[in-house]
Design a protein around this ligand. Structure first.
Ligand code: NAD
Ligand code: MG
Length: 397
């Protein structure tokens, strides 16, 4: 039996994780569940999974959660320290890192530094800290298993030796020419370009194939999600620029591919349901039931592919450029995007202004070299301030 902490248990990935765990109650004991503000939802999960610890965002909510849970045997903690504690605790084997945004970095790193098996959904953590994140894992011996469906697909298509070397594999030595990162193109893939500016948060969150949290849904509509995934892939698979290509695949049946030098292409296919990659990481190296049905190839219809249009997805190019510019650029882009997406979801700025805010901030933010996580998080805070100022300047009201 393995003991698991689920960071971000009330979110889309968190709930899907617990759905898989529920099918394998004899194989997992839940050590801790965490959430930011959703006291009731977390309390309900605690009543079902009876974790030793529950972590909520602030002290006031911790009191509410304790009341909701009494007389149960779950200890309630709160804030950053609580998250770090349940990620690094000696009794924990596996940590699902499913907090959204850069806020997930510290707790995820706490699990990494404690040498845990980290199931990594929180791509922003890796985008914000890249090389340092990978170095921390190397030092502690932590195992990183990618949960993001594309990276999980790529991982599944790699030779076993490379699977053991996440973060520092040599793709060329493994006979790999390049990785093909697929993306659906989001809900606005076929919308006439002039209509993009008027799109509402509801329209942006209405993804054609995947059901996800609101932030990543907006990122999918701008394709910055694919940009963050490009940066994520660069670190997980130690890619050079020519080893990474993005292709639009509207049906989301192929979740990504690996092109070998002999002309073979390996792909991982499946339903667009995150329980598949989650179950893959929970069971690894064994295969376990995820609750997801198989594909019926006689009903699939066409699988199509095309290149992303630069005019439709300006955020994608920003991400690719910052990936090769360096760490400060990707940290800054991520921070600016989190502020811009939040402003869009609050209807303070329009859809196309997300890219404009990110671009403006990247051009006006003085970059500095960051040698530590603390410095990266300082830069992250500075960029957020600048992005908030920019949002105020361009906001409707
Ligand atoms: P979500 O918004 O549905 O859930 C986020 C979770 O994190 C919630 O439990 C919330 O309480 C918690 N949280 C939010 N802010 C926090 C903070 N500041 N401190 C502590 N906890 C906080 O998000 P999601 O869609 O489940 O995505 C989670 C992560 O997984 C993201 O990084 C996303 O990019 C990645 N991911 C998601 C999907 C998907 O299908 N949803 C797919 C691939 C990768
Ligand atoms: Mg993905």
């Amino acid at each position: 039996m393995r003991s698991i902490t689920v960071l971000g248990a009330t979110g889309s990935i968190g709930k899907n994780t617990l759905d898989v765990v529920r099918r394998h109650r004899d194989d997992f004991s839940v050590f801790a569940l965490t959430a930011m503000t959703q006291v009731d939802a977390l309390a309900e999960l605690c009543r079902e999974f009876k974790p030793q610890y529950a972590v909520i965002g602030c002290a006031d909510d911790a009191v509410k959660l304790e009341r909701a849970l009494a007389p149960q045997q779950t200890t309630v903690l709160y804030g950053q320290q609580g998250l770090a504690d349940v990620s690094a605790a000696a009794d924990v084997d596996v940590v699902m890192a499913a907090i959204v945004g850069a806020a997930g970095l510290r707790p995820t790193l706490a699990a990494i530094d404690a040498g845990k098996t980290v199931l990594l959904a929180n791509k922003e953590a890796l985008v914000v800290s890249g090389q340092l994140f990978i170095e921390h894992a190397k030092q502690s011996g932590a195992r990183i298993l990618p949960v993001d469906s594309e990276h999980n697909a790529i991982f599944q298509c790699l030779p076993e030796q490379q699977q053991q070397q996440v973060g520092h594999m040599d793709l060329a030595a493994a006979g790999i020419d390049h990785i093909l990162l697929t993306g659906s193109g989001g809900p606005f893939r076929d919308l006439p370009l002039p209509q993009l500016a008027q799109q509402s948060p509801e329209a942006a969150c209405n993804h054609p194939n995947w059901s996800m949290g609101r932030k990543i849904s907006v990122d999918s509509a701008t394709m910055l999600n694919k940009g963050l995934e490009y940066i994520e892939a660069r670190w997980l698979f130690n890619c050079q620029r020519q080893q990474l290509q993005i292709v639009i695949h509207p049906q989301s049946v192929i979740h990504s591919m690996v092109q070998y030098v002999d002309g073979s292409v390996l792909a991982q296919l499946g339903q667009p349901d995150m329980r598949t990659p989650i179950a893959h990481t929970l069971g690894f190296p064994d295969r376990i039931n995820s609750g997801v049905g198989g594909l019926d190839f006689t009903r699939l219809g066409e699988l199509t592919f095309k290149q992303p249009e630069p005019a439709r997805y300006p955020c994608l190019q920003l991400a690719i450029d910052s990936c090769w510019e360096g760490q400060s650029a990707t940290t800054s882009l991520n921070a600016a995007n989190e502020i811009a997406v939040d402003a869009f979801l609050k209807e303070q700025i329009g859809f196309t202004q997300i890219a404009e805010v990110c671009d403006w901030v990247l051009q006006h933010q003085p970059m500095f070299h960051c040698a530590s996580i603390d410095e990266l998080l300082q830069l992250d805070q500075q960029v957020r301030e600048r992005a908030r100022e920019r949002v105020k300047q361009v906001a409707y009201v």
